[in-house]
Design a protein around this ligand. Structure first.
Ligand code: ADP
Length: 205
């Protein structure tokens, strides 16, 4: 068994998961972003990318050998069975990479963070000992995402509608970080939670 606990952190698009994860990171907490890992497993040279090209055809690769995300999205968008095939390929590969990256060598703190937009929607929540939800009102989510990604309100609202509703997500949380406040106040909340995690997960506690 690993020598530390895993805290899962989730939230809707633009809720501030990455921002809050960086605050924990500033306190020395090791964190892994599931979105980054999901990208890494389909980089050129990875077996999953080859499996995608074999299954969907070379049209899912760009000339430089990288995944053509738009082409792949189109194929699975049109066909739920193909979507399932892709999920069954990628989910175990992502999970294995997550488990590997969540175990840093030579780590002094008693917990690490798994940051994932799909923590509660996939079996990733089975990996974690506790769930933290980063929460803001939907209007804040929309405004911040539009500003960050230069997307239209309509695009962001469509993404929001496809995600778990805010209330359902919050019901599943052990702790909620209110990110609809100035960042220094969020930082204070993060420090308080960090102290509690150190106490709860500390060796001999
Ligand atoms: P997520 O990782 O959940 O998609 P981000 O951490 O990227 O969200 O945050 C979305 C946007 O909102 C970013 O541009 C970020 O700088 C901004 N942001 C996050 N938290 C706050 C906050 N407390 N106050 C103001 N802006 C914030």
């Amino acid at each position: 068994m690993s020598g530390f606990s895993i805290v899962g952190m989730t939230g809707g698009i633009g809720s501030g998961k990455s921002t809050v994860a960086r605050l924990f990171g500033g306190l020395g907490v090791h964190w892994v972003d599931a979105d980054d890992v999901a990208r890494q497993v389909v980089e050129p040279g990875q077996p999953a990318l080859q499996a995608i090209a074999d299954h969907f055809g070379e049209g899912t690769l760009q000339a430089n050998g990288e995944l053509d995300r738009a082409a792949l999205r189109q194929k699975v968008f049109e066909d739920p069975e193909e979507r399932r095939w892709l999920e069954q390929l990628l989910h175990p590969v992502i999970r294995e990479a997550l488990v590997r990256q969540l175990a840093p060598a030579d780590y002094a703190l008693p917990y690490v963070l798994l940051v994932s937009p799909l923590l509660l929607e996939t079996d990733q929540h089975e990996l974690v000992d506790r769930v933290v939800v980063v929460d803001v009102p939907e209007e804040t989510q929309i405004e911040r995402t539009m500003a960050r990604d230069h997307n239209s309100r309509e695009q962001v609202e469509r993404i929001l509608a496809a995600q778990m509703p805010r209330a359902t997500r919050c019901e599943k949380a052990d702790d909620i970080i209110n990110n609809a406040q100035p960042i220094d106040q969020v930082d204070t909340a993060v420090r308080t939670l960090h102290q509690r995690f150190l106490a709860d997960f500390g060796r001999g506690a």
